[in-house]
Ligand binder design. Structure first.
Ligand code: HEM
Length: 485
């Protein structure tokens, strides 16, 4: 690829602002983003100008170009201050996608500042990375137990066969329970926090206030763990970098919460969906018990972060058929790159078959998901998916795949619901049995202490504990220890 290291864009070559742009977020994009990527590719080549809520953005579509943007951080900068349109105050007022980018944390730092921040994440996460340390072992056991408890609750509420939403009744509460434990939250995190993260990522009209709420909760958590350290990620981040202020640690936790709840949850749902919709190669990997392969294959077809975070050109550079000007905004599309990769599976880029590990769902280059976080997330996804396969004798979608409700947004390819008709197997966990919910109050070790100090981490929607599945969950996790300390 020609990058013309020191060349400036030739006079007269089209600029992003001068090109007509097609809005990316349409109902067609919600239902069939692949067709939109293909049309853009056939019109413009590997890089296309698109409109994102009224702002022109370069969307990078081909695998080779996406990899170049992800790997070359000297040209493709992360700090939003490199964005010319923002610096020149040309963005629409309250442009909803900006809220998340104004939260200055590891992902949006460059150079030495980025390397130091990344190291803090890495060392704080390392104890949880594998099952050899006490923290790693305990977390693994907890994830499996939470999954079993949720399946038992489902059986208690809806019977051993019936209808369920595997997004709202299984995946989201599971990840909230994991986050509560891993982060050392003294009060339970509620579904409301996940909805705020959706609002921020999808660019909802209230993205700004939603971001502030989630950030506020994480900052209070940081302050709490500073005064009461435990064996959790928040406390380990402080150990790793004691100079972190509550506000900065809150920002880092906020970003981790996005990945741990929303992105990990989407990887669980998207993997389950590929199996349920009958993707033959995905199913074959399930049949042979290769869950890691199942997740990789599903991530190739439908990566949870369809389009990665924006990059900003550090100088004029040619990419695809265009000259990108210094300060232009660029969005690398993992979903489009994967389509390209699958289409060229037998070409020069990959050997005779595409390795499923060539997927870019974890990113690539200096900002890729840190290895400890990947291990952790991979364990959570395979456990969550594996427990469903283990305990469900049958599960089928209750909607045709092309009628499933997807979220509208540029970043995440996520289902609003994953509705199934199910039948549990004979050995599935049942509420009340030893080890089932009710027997498990306090599974979130470290939770429940000093909850009052964090009042407002998660607003409680329906009184103490609430009703229905989430209420049962709250009682299960915190038992009689709520508000103690
Ligand atoms: C299945 C779940 C996950 C997926 C698919 C995923 C994917 C990614 C991707 C694609 C990036 C790079 C984004 C970009 O370059 O624009 C990233 C970065 C990151 N992820 Fe993950 N991630 C997952 C889970 C997690 C978890 C559980 C954590 C921590 C609790 C985490 C922590 C991070 C951090 C700290 C970064 C920023 C790295 C940097 O900028 O240097 N991730 N992740």
């Amino acid at each position: 690829m020609e990058t013309h290291p020191f060349a400036a864009a030739p006079a007269g070559s089209p600029t992003l602002d001068s090109l007509p742009v097609e809005p990316l977020l349409t109902s067609e994009f919600d239902t069939d983003p692949g067709s939109v990527y293909e049309r853009l590719r056939s019109t413009y080549g590997p890089v296309a100008p698109v409109g994102l809520m009224g702002v022109p953005v370069w969307l990078v579509l081909d695998y080779r170009e996406v990899l170049e943007v992800l790997r070359n951080d000297t040209v493709w900068r992360r700090d939003v201050r490199h964005w010319r349109a923002r610096a020149e105050r040309r963005l629409p007022r309250d442009w909803p996608l900006l809220a998340g980018y104004e939260v200055r944390q590891t992902m949006f730092l460059d150079d030495e500042e980025h390397r130091a921040a990344r190291l803090t994440h890495h060392s704080a996460m390392r104890p949880f990375q594998d099952g050899h340390s006490p923290e790693g072992w305990e977390l693994r056991a907890a994830v499996a137990k939470y999954a079993d408890d949720l399946i038992a609750l489902l059986a208690a509420e809806s019977g051993t066969s019936g209808f369920a939403d595997l997004a709202a009744q299984y995946t989201r509460p599971l990840l909230l329970m994991v986050t509560t434990k891993l982060f050392g939250c003294p009060v339970e995190l509620g579904d409301e926090m996940v909805m705020d993260l959706w609002r921020m990522l999808d660019g909802g009209p209230d993205a700004g206030p939603a971001t502030e709420r989630a950030l506020g909760a994480m900052t209070r958590l940081a302050a709490h763990r500073r005064s009461r350290p435990g064996e959790d990620l928040t406390s380990y981040m402080l150990l790793s970098d004691p100079s972190l202020s509550d506000e900065q640690l809150g920002r880092e936790l906020f970003m981790n919460a996005v990945y741990l709840n929303d992105i990990t949850g989407n990887m669980v749902c998207n993997t389950l969906l590929e199996v349920l919709r009958g993707n033959a190669t995905v199913r074959r990997s399930v049949a042979t018990g290769q869950l890691g392969e199942t997740v990789n294959r599903a991530a190739l077809v439908n990566p949870p972060t369809a389009n990665l975070c924006f990059r900003f050109a550090g100088r004029d550079v040619r990419l695809g058929n265009f000259w990108i000007r210094a300060g232009d905004i660029v969005s690398p599309s993992v979903a489009a790159a994967h389509r390209d990769l699958l289409a060229i599976g037998t070409s020069h880029l990959v050997d005779s078959t595409v390795s499923t590990r060539a997927h870019l769902a974890w990113g690539a280059g200096p900002h890729q998901c840190p290895s400890a976080a990947r291990e952790l997330a991979g364990m959570i996804v395979t456990t969550a998916v594996g427990r469903i396969f283990e305990h469900f004798a049958r599960a089928e979608l209750t909607l045709p795949p092309d009628q499933l409700p997807w979220r509208t947004g540029p970043v995440v390819r996520g289902l609003r619901l994953l509705p199934v008709r199910y039948e549990l197997s004979a050995g599935a966990p049942v509420a009340g049995r030893a080890g089932g919910p009710g027997a498990s109050a306090g599974v979130a070790a470290g939770a429940g202490d000093d909850g009052a100090a964090l009042a407002g981490v998660a607003p409680e929607p329906s009184g103490r504990g609430g009703s229905g599945l989430l209420g049962a969950l709250r009682r299960m996790m915190f038992g009689g220890r709520r508000g103690g300390g």
